[in-house]
Design a protein around this ligand. Structure first.
Ligand code: AMP
Length: 175
């Protein structure tokens, strides 16, 4: 079962990137050919035949998962990046992270009102990043179908920040 495989491969790294944070390291999943293929399939599967036109990935680990999910769904990929990284005209949304504050930017022409978008990230913690991603995508009028993540840290209640938007996680900790 994919959840058991993923749970056994995800590595806890204490005090990274700063004291008090238990970091969920997904690189052992990415490095396992079979688990990686199953992971991408499991993330994409609920959104097959859902009319997804774009898959938005959140920098930076979200990019790794969102791009193959996009190809699996026959959709395009949209990068939501940290400030100053995107070369063209951008819009920006600020957010607070489990460890610090930051912002996400998106190209002004990345999505429009004809797009139905799936948001992908590796981990949802407080949900601040995901909520900022949704705000960004909604500004040009995109329809957000939902969000999929590999890991949900349920004790941080990130779901509450999403205002009822569908969000599914393959592995949940602390519920
Ligand atoms: P949040 O905005 O609090 O939901 O934080 C989510 C973002 O921060 C995601 O892009 C994750 O990659 C990263 N993140 C937050 N907490 C962790 C954690 N404990 N382990 C790994 N990544 C995390």
């Amino acid at each position: 079962m994919i959840e058991t495989t993923l749970r056994s491969l995800i590595r806890d790294v204490p005090d990274f990137p700063e004291p008090g944070v238990l970091f969920k390291d997904i690189t052992p999943v990415l490095g396992n050919a079979e688990a990686l293929a199953e992971l991408i399939e499991a993330l994409a599967e609920p959104y097959r035949d859902q009319g997804i036109t774009k898959v938005a990935g959140i920098e930076s680990r979200g990019f790794i998962l969102a791009t193959p999910v996009a190809t699996a769904l026959g959709a395009g990929f949209v990068p939501l990046r940290k400030p100053g990284k995107l070369p063209y005209d951008v819009i920006r949304e600020e957010y607070s992270l489990e460890y610090g504050t930051d912002a996400l930017e998106m190209h002004t022409d990345a999505v429009d009102s004809n797009d139905r978008v799936l948001v992908v990230d590796d981990v949802i913690a407080t949900g601040g990043t995901a909520a900022a991603a949704v705000r960004l995508l909604e500004r040009p009028g995109a329809d957000i179908a939902g969000m999929v993540v590999l890991v949900e840290l349920a004790f941080l209640n990130g779901r509450a920040a999403l205002n009822g938007m569908p969000m599914s996680a393959l592995v949940t900790y602390g519920d």
